[in-house]
Design a protein around this ligand. Structure first.
Ligand SMILES: [Zn+2]
Length: 276
């Protein structure tokens, strides 16, 4: 069996309403959040906070695009990411327009790209804000602006995709939201070997699942998604969680995926559940 048939893969179906919901949710939220974002960065000029506002703007808009994809049952990564990028670009654009509107004390509402770029070019000559006594102008300011736009657009597309990155039951035409978790289990000594084992259909690993007595230390997690409608679609994921203490003695968890959404049988599901 080739790798492609072992794991769950989106069918590529777009769904009639998917793009409509994605665009409606996306465009409305991009306009509203892009405007709020512009006012936040205009009135609260603290670079650290601005960073979080940027993440928030791209993230929330992207999440709503993803919800549209989920509601419209879009199982096509390309379409979801593409609409995420377009909507992210719109949010960023609205951000510029409203920010300039605030900057000019509500005198200039420049909607056309050429007017907007011309005005931004004028601002870039002298710069508009300073950080640690440094006022970026010219190319440096353009670079900051570009980075900000890339963050919004990139995060928007990523979040949109994350929302629908889960198996879908094509028989019942439903997303498989619910996930059963088994763990914490004893850490996996050789993840590559386990992956190879599971991929060739050797499931002896599940015959003696060892619980990890200390959930605070590094451990492994097994999770299964299954369709409750037809009881025919079962997908297995195994993750390794490394627990470390950072420099402030704060617990830090790092998750590594060993396998994700491996197609399994209902028998194996029962076998694993009996061990859990
Ligand atoms: Zn089903």
């Amino acid at each position: 069996m080739s790798q492609g048939n072992l794991y769950y893969k989106h069918s590529g179906a777009i769904g009639l309403m998917g793009p409509v919901y994605m665009l409606v949710f996306g465009v409305v939220s991009a306009v509203i959040l892009g405007a709020i974002y512009a006012y936040l960065i205009y009135y609260i000029p603290f670079i650290y906070l601005n960073f979080f506002f940027t993440l928030g703007c791209g993230g929330i808009v992207g999440y709503l695009v993803g919800l549209g994809a989920k509601l419209g049952k879009t199982r096509n990564p390309t379409v979801v990411v593409l609409i995420g990028l377009i909507v992210g670009l719109l949010a960023s654009y609205v951000g510029w327009v409203v920010w300039l509107y605030a900057l000019t004390e509500h005198q200039a509402l420049l909607l056309m790209p050429n007017e907007l770029l011309q005005f931004l070019g004028l601002i870039a000559v002298d710069g508009v804000w300073s950080l640690f006594g440094w006022t970026p102008t010219g190319m440096a300011l353009y670079a900051v602006w570009a980075l900000e736009a890339i963050m919004i657009v990139g995060l928007c597309a990523t979040l949109a995709w994350t929302v629908v990155n889960m198996p879908f039951c094509e028989r019942c035409t439903k997303w498989i939201d619910a996930e059963e978790s088994i763990g914490p289990l004893a850490p996996i000594a050789n993840p590559d070997e386990l992956k190879a084992q599971l991929e060739r259909g050797d499931y002896t690993f599940f015959d003696s699942l060892k619980k990890n007595t200390d959930a605070e230390s590094s451990h492994a997690k097994v999770s299964i998604r299954h369709c409750p409608g037809c009881l025919q679609a079962f997908f297995l994921s195994v993750k390794s969680v490394a627990v470390k203490l950072d420099s402030d003695k704060k617990k830090e968890e790092e998750e590594t995926t060993i396998i994700e959404n491996l197609i399994i049988s209902s028998d194996l599901h029962r076998r694993i559940k009996a061990q859990a």
